[in-house]
Design a binder for this molecule. Structure first.
Ligand code: HEM
Length: 309
């Protein structure tokens, strides 16, 4: 297991590398002169929100992912539909599933009072994602800022940009590759499912109708499957289940669940179908700190997906 000292070295070295190589015009000090209190305001608000509702941390963190994968990190996930165009938030994957919009509005309002017209919504989502993760036990990471908000949001683009819950390993790799993220990023970012909740419907087929045969996926741990069936009865796909077995803490237990055949969605379990996924899961379980660190690095990379318009 790596020592904390060597990991701090890695942490600093990686930050320097990322800062020099891949950040383009985004910088950590973007608001230092125009809105120096921005990060403090965001953190205070996220702390309040998550103190009142721990589960909301997951919803807030997920918003940044759903923003960045569709037309880049441009805040488009927050826009509402127009007379002619259905917005991203109305797409099937998002509607009734994404949560926390009202809190982002609230944070934006607070920032507008402090520094009118300065902080972009896309940057708010990036800061909020970091602060929400940290609040549940994740390691902090530097958030690079200076994103410009887009003006378009198109529901149809969600289906061609975000991964589906039924995807296998190569489909997941391909979806992440489209936005410049590699296989390891995909495996590490899937660890976002360490927190939050899933509708029972998100893994319905594995539990009740595997390959249309009216059976439970035989790869699922049988005892786990039985307890899951009690929590997710066949006739109620709208109930919720924790995304992993410690879903109020951001940790590496998601990977332990996968290794012990207690994964939930096809896309989670798919990580165990490839040696790279298995290797990473073992490493994350043996050295949870390395996962927490690498998650932050991968979030920086995801947060750097350029806006497409
Ligand atoms: C790898 C491909 C991914 C797929 C197929 C996927 C799919 C899903 C689905 C279907 C849900 C449940 C929605 C519901 O039941 O309403 C969910 C929840 C969630 N996802 Fe993902 N996701 C992926 C990657 C990620 C990434 C990269 C992150 C963050 C970095 C993330 C963060 C979350 C969180 C935090 C939740 C729980 C949300 C809540 O409690 O409100 N997911 N995901």
């Amino acid at each position: 297991m790596a020592t904390r000292g060597s990991q701090w070295f890695l942490w600093i070295a990686s930050i320097l590398l990322i800062a020099v190589v891949s950040q383009g015009q985004l910088t950590t000090d973007f608001y230092d002169s125009t809105c120096p209190q921005a990060a403090t305001i965001v953190k205070q608000k996220v702390d309040e929100i998550v103190d009142a509702d721990k589960g909301m941390a997951a919803g807030l963190m997920r918003l940044h992912f759903h923003d960045c994968f569709v037309r880049g990190c441009d805040g488009s996930v927050l826009l509402i539909s127009t007379n002619t165009t259905l917005a991203e938030k109305e797409a099937l994957i998002n509607n009734g599933s994404l949560r926390g919009f009202e809190h982002i509005d609230d944070i934006k309002m607070e920032l507008e009072c402090a520094c009118p017209g300065v902080v972009s919504c896309a940057d708010i989502l990036a800061m909020v994602a970091r602060d929400a993760t940290v609040k549940l036990g994740g390691l902090s990471w530097p958030v690079f800022l200076g994103r410009i908000d887009g003006r378009s949001s198109v529901a149809d683009e969600v289906n061609t940009s975000l991964p589906f819950r039924t995807y296998n390993f190569s489909q997941l790799v391909a979806t992440f590759a489209k936005v410049g993220l590699d296989t390891k990023d995909m495996i590490v970012l899937s660890g976002g499912h360490s927190i939050g909740q899933l509708h029972c419907g998100a893994f319905f087929e594995r539990l009740w109708d595997f390959q249309g045969q009216n059976i439970t996926d035989p790869s699922m741990d049988p005892e786990f499957a039985e307890s899951l069936k009690a929590q997710c009865p066949r006739d109620n796909p709208l109930l919720f289940k924790g995304a992993d077995s410690t879903n109020a803490t951001f940790d590496a237990v998601y990977y332990l669940d996968l290794l012990t055949r207690k994964g939930l969605m096809d896309s989670d379990v798919a990580l165990m179908s490839d040696p790279l996924g298995v290797e990473y899961a073992i490493k994350a379980v043996q050295d949870p700190y390395s996962f927490l660190f690498e998650f932050g690095m991968a979030m920086i990379k995801m947060g750097n997906i350029p806006a497409s318009d």
